[in-house]
Design a protein around this ligand. Structure first.
Ligand code: DQA
Length: 147
């Protein structure tokens, strides 16, 4: 089975970006861990990061044609604004886990809205980068149960 892990804008600056909120782990280390965690769960893993909303929409559409079985997505700031990403997820109907490094429920009012939550099979917030590992493992159980 194949999963795609998508990271949205500014996640590429992990390690350097507001470490008090997002921690000191670099983006490179995150990506290394994502590959390891995904492969340990028995998945073929693809990674994608973009700062561009349309590029993320394009990549979700491509995932459908590539027969991707599941998505883990941290849409970052687009979580709170992007109907386009929500519509791409609805259109492709690939089981999706939403991950946020920080606990967005305890932050600013504008972070309380999540469009992606409308379709996510699971939402993990505030567990740091370990939230991605939890998301991958959840997807594994979810997809196995569906088979
Ligand atoms: C984030 C939370 C978002 O509100 C923020 O815009 C991000 C990262 C997180 O992982 O905690 O860029 O998605």
């Amino acid at each position: 089975m194949k999963i795609l892990i998508i990271n949205g804008p500014n996640i590429n600056l992990l390690g350097l970006r507001e470490p008090d909120i997002y921690g000191h782990t670099t983006f490179k280390t995150l990506e290394d861990n994502l590959l390891t965690w995904g492969r340990n769960a028995g998945f073929e893993v693809e990674l994608f990061q973009s700062n561009w909303e349309g590029a993320i929409v394009d990549r979700i559409q491509q995932a459908y044609f590539d027969d991707v079985d599941g998505l883990v997505i941290n849409p970052a700031a687009y979580t709170h604004t992007s109907v386009a990403i929500l519509d791409a997820l609805k259109a492709t109907d690939i089981p999706t886990v939403e991950v946020h490094i920080s606990d967005v429920t305890q932050r600013e009012a504008f972070r309380q809205q999540s469009y992606v939550s409308a379709v996510a099979v699971k939402r993990i917030v505030g567990h740091g980068i370990d939230g991605y590992r939890e998301g991958i493992e959840f997807l594994k159980s979810f997809l196995n149960a569906r088979q």
